[in-house]
Ligand binder design. Structure first.
Ligand code: SF4
Length: 364
């Protein structure tokens, strides 16, 4: 009986193809077995090892002994009137994460979470106010993709890392998940079809651009350091000037532009002064700006600006020849999800049996 040499049983979706190839060699198998396994996991989307009939019984038994097939368990799905599908998954330690599939045919965009909660404490953010629990493992990120694809009749065409958490604070597991999502013999997503949203963790942004140059969406929310530090404490570590320099250096996919996210908060960052400062700040860049009128959550200290103020802000940017769109609300405004998703998660919990759901709380 060959030994897995892995110690504790782990989920196979944590492993890149080259790691599985090495493992197969260690097990005395030919490396192409790993490619067969990847095909089963990510092209056929198998739900049981018994479906891998081209692997010997012996190898299948060893794989079953060494690996879990699933990293997360599906709990529940809700479909909103506009077709947005929200999936709730339970993690092995009882926490929960949500993934959202947004239809915009022929594009179907899956929004993935990378952390349970978020440690960054932006002052306008509900997720931040709930605190941070833990980073997700690569397998827990990849399995959101696999299980949503198994559960939805719509074929996922794009992936955005805009769910719960700051992806670049979970760099090692994020990069491993990207490696798996991009693998041509598996899911085979293109860099152009993946967008990562970040507050601007500059050293990790540089490494992302070097190794996995996916599209970038940067949460700005303010055009000056004093205001941005008030809204986003991370600005005291990674301030605007070096952030804009890092954006200029970032190797975008061809014909792509950086997106800047800007949540408009009434009386805080939505005046004509900020619109002008913002247009100056982003002028050196090939970019577009997403204006997101603030959605107050329960107990929020900020308000949503009037439609007239939002339109005026947009007009000032457009006059400066900056592309600026106002983001329409979907069933759940998940693209504003940096800060919105945990709120929906809590509401979501009221629709599923309480004994199965532990959003941001330890499980049974
Ligand atoms: S806005 Fe984004 S980065 Fe800031 S606390 Fe919320 S989830 Fe974290």
């Amino acid at each position: 009986m060959r030994c897995s040499k892995l110690g504790e049983k782990v989920c196979i979706k944590n492993f890149t193809l080259s790691e599985l190839e090495k493992l197969m060699i260690d097990w005395g198998e030919r490396p192409f077995r790993a490619r067969q396994i990847f095909h089963h996991l990510y092209v056929r989307l198998i739900g049981s090892w018994d479906q891998c009939t081209d692997l010997s019984n012996n190898l299948r038994r060893e794989i079953k002994e060494a690996f879990h097939l699933e990293a997360i368990s599906f709990i529940s799905k809700l479909t909103s009137s506009d077709g947005t599908e929200k999936f709730l998954f339970k993690l092995p330690d009882g926490y929960a994460v949500e993934s959202v599939l947004i239809p915009d045919p022929p594009r179907y965009t899956l929004c993935l979470s990378t952390q349970v909660g978020c440690p960054l404490k932006c002052s306008f953010c509900y997720t931040g106010s709930l605190g941070f629990k833990r980073n997700l493992k690569a397998g827990e990120i990849v399995d959101q993709y696999v299980q949503v694809q198994q559960l939805s009749k719509n074929r996922i065409t794009n992936v955005v890392f805009m769910g719960m958490g700051e992806p670049l604070l979970n760099e090692a597991e994020l990069f491993r998940a990207l490696e798996i999502l991009l693998e041509p013999r598996g899911i085979n997503l293109s860099h152009r079809r993946i967008t990562l949203s970040t507050v601007g963790i500059i050293p990790a942004m540089d490494r992302l651009g070097k190794h996995y140059p996916v599209n970038l969406a940067v949460s700005l929310h303010a055009p000056r350091d004093d205001l941005r530090s008030d809204l986003m404490p991370i600005n005291r570590t990674y301030s605007l000037e070096p952030l804009i320099e890092a954006c200029i250096k970032y190797p975008l996919p061809p014909r792509k532009r950086i997106t800047f996210e800007y949540v408009l908060i009434d009386g805080v960052n939505d005046s004509p002064r900020e619109a002008k400062e913002l247009s100056e700040l982003v002028r050196p860049l090939r970019c577009k700006i997403n204006l997101i009128p603030y959605n107050p959550h329960e107990g929020a200290k900020y308000r949503r600006p009037s439609e007239a103020k939002v339109n005026e802000f947009q007009a000032i940017l457009q006059k400066a020849h900056i592309t600026a769109t106002i983001r329409e609300s979907r069933g759940i405004d998940i693209q504003a999800a940096c800060g919105q998703l945990a709120g929906s998660l809590r509401r979501f919990s009221t629709n599923i049996p309480s004994h199965t759901h532990h959003a941001l709380t330890k499980g049974e």
